[in-house]
Design a protein around this ligand. Structure first.
Ligand SMILES: [Zn+2]
Ligand SMILES: [Zn+2]
Length: 416
């Protein structure tokens, strides 16, 4: 084979794409019930937007972005996540002036140059939401409830909701001092990444997958114990609403978000079936991002979910219940006259929403019947040369095997 899809990318073939469509349909349906409206933003943006929006010190910006210089010498980056572009669009089109709370959803490809592993690719697909304009904890509860609802709707078994608060810059600075102090004499046993994080972004050390780092962090002071009064109250309200909604959650003091602009509520939905890479969906508040990108101080919250991971879980659980659209009719013909008639017939039937196919390979009737069978056609209309002259055909029900003679003028009524 001369050409292959690039490492970390994949083709979604027709035998699989209908499952993706099903997943997307379900997700869109739920988003719309919660009054989120779709936004489609470009796949590439100025590199600066992501550097600012995601954070210069993050792994994404440092190591994982697909960045290139275009013919006009501009630095361009393929979007590694959805939020920065959506907030850029929100600001560019002054959406906040048209409506104080803007609820948006998106679906699409994202790009990160990571080491490919199960359910993690270099071009991957996400769906997500952003609710921009409210600091009210009831919105946090709605967003979390929506995330849970999607898992329910898609029939994900045994997923767990992890919840934490990562505070605001005010309480974070109090935590930071204690944390740095605690970790100071453990530095030598940490991985190189964590040594850098120690200097630049200590909270992110909790994200480290290195076992020695995890061990060293076990007793480390956690953010949630340092929340200022405002953040504490917010967190308590979110938990209260979740209880009222009967949503089970696990308080996970080590849960941090990988991106700089997150504040207060952070949450993830995990599924054990995935093993190590077990996060299906993650999100939280990002009250600082809109301002960071040049807007007014505007609170916001959202989440993003990996579609490859959802597909993986649903396939492993065998709980993806959807069928490909059926082929209603295959028209098998013999002779030029019948063929010409079939072309008109299937055009008319398709206008009545009957899914039709015929033969374009000049196959024998027997081979056409085999093809109809292979394509799981519900019915086959057989128009032979003799029948054509009499204005008749044979209609075969492929399930029962029953065959009936039918007038060509009456074929349309079968699906009336
Ligand atoms: Zn705070
Ligand atoms: Zn580490």
């Amino acid at each position: 084979m001369k050409y292959k899809a690039l490492y970390g990318t994949h083709d979604i073939l027709p035998d699989d794409s209908f499952r993706w469509q099903h997943l997307e349909d379900q997700v869109r349906k739920v988003f719309s019930l919660y009054n989120y409206r779709e936004i489609r933003v470009p796949i590439f943006e100025e590199t600066e937007l992501f550097a600012r929006g995601i954070g210069q010190d993050t792994d994404i910006v440092q190591k994982e972005m697909y960045t290139f210089v275009d013919q006009g010498k501009r630095s361009i980056t393929l979007r590694p996540e959805g939020t920065a572009g959506v907030v850029r669009a929100y600001l560019e089109h002054s959406l906040g002036e048209k409506s104080p709370l803007v609820k948006l959803f998106y679906l699409g490809s994202m790009f990160r140059q990571e080491r490919p592993q199960k359910g993690r690719l270099r071009e991957f697909h996400q769906f997500g939401i952003e609710a921009i304009g409210s600091a009210d904890p009831s919105l946090d509860a709605e967003v979390i409830e929506l995330a849970v609802r999607i898992c329910d709707e898609l029939k994900v078994d045994d997923f767990k909701l992890h919840l934490n608060s990562i505070g605001c810059p005010k309480c974070r600075s109090m935590h930071r001092d204690e944390f740095l102090n605690f970790m100071k004499n453990k530095l030598s046993s940490l991985c190189d990444d964590c040594k850098t994080r120690y200097l630049r972004n200590p909270l992110r050390m909790f994200d480290c997958k290195n076992e020695e780092c995890i061990e060293q962090l076990k007793q480390a002071p956690v953010m949630v114990d340092f929340l200022c009064q405002n953040c504490q109250m917010h967190y308590a309200q979110v938990k209260k609403y979740l209880k009222e909604l009967n949503i089970e959650y696990l308080e996970d003091k080590r849960l941090v978000r990988g991106l700089d602009y997150y504040t207060k509520t952070a949450f993830e939905i995990k599924s054990d079936i995935l093993g190590g890479q077990n996060t299906l969906l993650g999100g939280g508040r990002y009250d600082l991002l809109v301002e960071e990108l040049g807007g007014k101080n505007t609170p916001a919250i959202g989440f993003a979910a990996g579609m490859e991971r959802f597909m993986l879980v649903l396939k492993m659980q065998k709980s993806l219940k959807c069928d490909e659209k059926k082929l209603n009719l295959f028209v098998a013909t013999l002779g030029e006259e019948a063929k010409s008639f079939a072309l008109k017939l299937i055009r008319d039937l398709r206008r009545k929403n009957v899914t039709c196919e015929t033969d374009y390979l000049q196959r024998s009737l027997k081979a056409q019947m085999r093809e109809a069978n292979r394509q799981k056609a519900e019915k086959v209309l057989i128009i032979g040369e003799e029948e054509m002259k009499k204005g008749k055909a044979i209609l075969r029900d492929m399930r029962s095997g029953e065959q009936t003679a039918i007038r060509l003028t009456e074929v349309g009524r079968v699906w009336a």
